[in-house]
Design a protein around this ligand. Sequence first.
Ligand code: ATP
Ligand code: MG
Ligand code: FE
Length: 332
Amino acid sequence: SVILAIESSCDETSVAICNNGKITANVIANQTIHENYGGVIPELASRVHQQNIVPTIQQALINAKVNKKDVNAVAFTQGPGLLGALLVGVSFAKSFALALNLPLIAVNHMQAHILAHFIDEPKPAFPFLCLTVSGGHTQIVLVKSYFDMEIVGETLDDAAGEAFDKTAKLLNLPYPGGPLIDKHAQSGNPVAFKFPVPQIQDLNYSFSGFKTAILYFIRDKQKENPLFIEQNLADICASVQHSIVSILMNKLKRAAKQYNCKEIAIAGGVSANSGLRNTLIEARDSMGWNVYIPAFEYCTDNAAMIAIAGYHKFLAGDFVGQDISPMARMNF
Ligand code: ATP
Ligand code: MG
Ligand code: FE
């Protein structure tokens, strides 16, 4: 089977091809326009998707060395995400499928982040726990099979990626700041500064109080010394990253114990974070877990994860009709 997959939920226009379960193309057109605004501007994202979608499709077909007449099904991100951005991908997928008389496959973006683990070896065994940490979500998911997933804990307010990005903004770093915090953290002291750990029940998270604590911390320090940020950038980044990773890991360890599960995965943009990746590897050794860490290219948004999810829906015969619409919010 040849599945063509489209991702357009936020600010990446991406198209991938999955040929008999193998990813043979994964083209990602990043949108740089948002850097000037310190965050994604939805209306601009939609317009850039509109410009990028056709050339991205063409490049993916070239990379995979397939003709559009060889495609067997079209998979697309139905949600969650920015409605206008999703609409570009969904409309294109519907037109492409209509023109070539192909079946349509609707994919949940958050399930796809998790299913990215089924692109390459080693693949996790069911049931496994996945900490999905991205720009808009922070969830601990019990994955029972490809499409039977249960959220057992999640953030009550901000996502972990937002905590990274908003801290970066306070430090005058450009959007998206997560990767830059990671970079500066490499040369800093992770215990130079201490931040309060949110006291939240069960397996849930909260990052809004944490974010405010960092805002006040930086504001107060800058009052004493206007060069505080410049002089301590690496230590601030390392300490913030260390705190976020500790918060994430505490609940993940609790979930592993509660569900008596040693198959542990991470997914989403923040799973590219070196602090989180290293801490998970330490936990593999100290907790006896089998850990699954995605390749960097499959952490942040990409269509390969939509394609592999689409492939498994294709095998299950799970198709949708031309009346399908995008959903800004979407449950599993
Ligand atoms: P969602 O998947 O929740 O809809 P999204 O698709 O916008 O949100 P992703 O593309 O999965 O999110 O992830 C983007 C987030 O990952 C951003 O917040 C970014 O700062 C963060 N991120 C990427 N690389 C790193 C890194 N190395 N360290 C920390 N954060 C990172
Ligand atoms: Mg993005
Ligand atoms: Fe995402």
